[in-house]
Design a protein around this ligand. Structure first.
Ligand code: NCD
Length: 357
């Protein structure tokens, strides 16, 4: 780490007490992200750079020689996937991203099979794993755990970077990166993301992907956001305050049918009932927050339908056939943007950009 704002120069309690924007400044090294924990770490220039790097990697990988080049980029690096909360697509897309770059992976998915079962703290477990790996990619149901680990590892003699692959109800920065990458690609011929209207639908109170993506959208000009949810599951006041401070035009509603015609992108999410205390979301009528086949007629010709997945009933499967349903492409974009991110963490951005096919 280098510079004034450095995790070795701040006590945990002081770091923990900072607001997200101030925290973000502590997570970089030489102007680039070291730990990747928060959406607030990325500005527009960086989002464009990562998107174009992902596209370049994607192009290089289309040829065998390119695949071999990518695989040879960092054969000595090892990444640890520490996923103590269920995951399949995020886990596998990180795994695939590492494989594309020749990074070896190890994994812990079930803490019942690790020494945490014997009473070891998660801090000690992660520090132990960090001895064997050069990067830790972690998902946890505990909000802020990745931050704690990042601070802890930065204060050891082997500070390896941590990538947050989803923490609690608050942040999912790499999902937001893939969502932005999907929007960049979708609006390539529509003047980009500036000036677009994004409609977020579903469980906005507990969906971490929405919280991270809404922030990244503030780095673009004049993006309008509509949050469509049952009253009980509306977006949190904390994120609304951040959006307000960023001067974003937001609107809250519970009427999906009226919102769709205004949308350039509709971002659907599922009900996150794993966070229920006593089955409270089963008492909410969520049918009005489902994208029905008939709604396709209301969506603009260039509009896109996104979803971080997994989905339940919130998108009718008949919608899948429409070219504006981009969620399958969105998923594959996740692999490419994660490849770009890992390459950049290991300082391989210039080597990739200099590759001549
Ligand atoms: C999301 C998550 O884990 O927050 N899934 C994902 O990573 N694509 C969304 C969800 O679980 O609903």
């Amino acid at each position: 780490m280098s510079g004034e704002r450095d995790l070795t120069r701040i006590a945990w309690d002081d770091f923990h007490a900072l607001d997200v924007v101030d925290k973000a400044a502590y997570l970089e090294e030489n102007g680039r992200e070291f730990h990747v924990l928060l959406a607030q770490q990325f500005n527009r220039r960086r989002l464009e750079e990562l998107g174009s790097l992902a596209t370049q990697i994607r192009r290089i990988s289309k040829q065998e020689a390119g695949m071999t080049f990518l695989r040879g980029l960092m054969p000595n690096q090892r990444a640890m996937l520490y996923f103590s909360q269920p995951s399949s697509r995020t886990f596998l897309s990180f795994c695939a991203a590492c494989q594309i770059l020749g990074v070896n992976v190890g994994e812990v998915r079930d803490t019942a099979t690790s020494s945490e079962f014997k009473g070891e703290s998660q801090e000690d477990s992660v520090r132990t794993f960090s001895s064997y790996f050069d990067l830790i990619i972690m998902r946890s149901q505990i909000g802020g755990l990745a931050e704690r680990m990042a601070w802890l590892l930065s204060n050891t003699d082997r500070p390896v970077p941590i990538v947050n692959a989803g923490s609690g109800k608050d942040q999912h920065p790499t999902q937001a990166l893939l969502d932005i990458y999907t929007l960049q690609r979708s609006f390539e011929r529509q003047g980009g993301i500036d000036g677009k209207t994004v409609v977020f639908v579903g469980d906005l109170a507990r969906g971490r992907t929405v919280r991270s993506l809404a922030w990244l959208l503030t780095t673009y000009e004049q993006v309008r956001m509509l949050f469509v949810a049952p009253r009980e599951l509306q977006i949190g006041e904390d994120i609304l305050a951040l959006l307000d401070a960023a001067g974003v035009n937001v609107e809250l509603s519970d009427d999906l049918e009226r919102a769709i015609p205004q949308a350039d992108a509709v971002y659907m999410t599922r009900i996150q009932d794993e966070w229920d205390k006593a089955g409270e979301s089963s008492r909410i009528d969520t049918r009005r927050f489902c994208f029905r086949r008939e709604y396709l007629a209301l969506l603009r010709p260039h509009g896109v339908i996104m979803h971080p997945f997994p989905r339940r009933q919130e998108i009718d499967v008949a919608v899948d056939e429409d070219p504006r349903a981009v969620y399958w492409r969105q998923m594959r974009n996740g692999m490419w943007i994660r490849t770009a991110l890992i390459a950049s963490i290991f300082g391989k951005e210039a080597a990739i950009r200099g590759y001549e096919a």
